[in-house]
Ligand binder design. Sequence first.
Ligand SMILES: Cc1cc2nc3c(=O)[nH]c(=O)nc-3n(C[C@H](O)[C@H](O)[C@H](O)COP(=O)(O)O)c2cc1C
Length: 187
Amino acid sequence: MKIIGISTSPRENSNSRIALEKALETVKSKGFTVELFDLNLLNIQTCQADDYCLEHEGCCVLDDDMQAIYGALRDCHGVILATPIYMGNVSSNAKIFIDRLYAVLQAVDSYNVAGKKFSVIASQAAVDPPMYEYIKHNLETTVDIFRGIGFDVEDVVLLIGNDTAGAIVDKEDQLNKAVMVGNKIVR
Ligand SMILES: Cc1cc2nc3c(=O)[nH]c(=O)nc-3n(C[C@H](O)[C@H](O)[C@H](O)COP(=O)(O)O)c2cc1C
């Protein structure tokens, strides 16, 4: 069984990607296979709202790298989406991916969505509680979309205080949270 990781940060030594890789290492240690897609290195266009997917069993007309992710989504046991927080919400790379799940919504049976797990790991700079609560709320609103599609949302983890690239590497508590995400998605 496979878990797919979706990394959406554009930066080198990305905190969210480091956490995602930690989670995927844990997944591998449990005997699952993993596949990591780095959206910033792929050619993925925004949804064109042509409704082609409505009439073609959830197939998207766009011939881009999202086709490989659609294929992986059909077969996988779960998904871990990693995102930096940008202006209070998920990254634009993450949002493009989420919009492209519109095709999955049109054919949940063909994508075998029922029973698939979905977790989110997000990293932000701010540490103050009001900002944390505000962004946590935005993330919860986003994952409601995954629930609406039919995914079983497992974890929504918001890692804080990561104001520089790679800041997470010395934060044992945050790396442990990533391990927990990996453990829970294969339970
Ligand atoms: C365009 C942009 C917008 C950002 N907006 C926020 C924000 O609203 N709140 C926050 O706490 N940090 C914000 N940050 C900081 C990042 O969320 C933080 O550095 C995060 O750890 C980046 O994750 P990454 O290393 O995986 O890219 C922003 C950074 C950028 C470049």
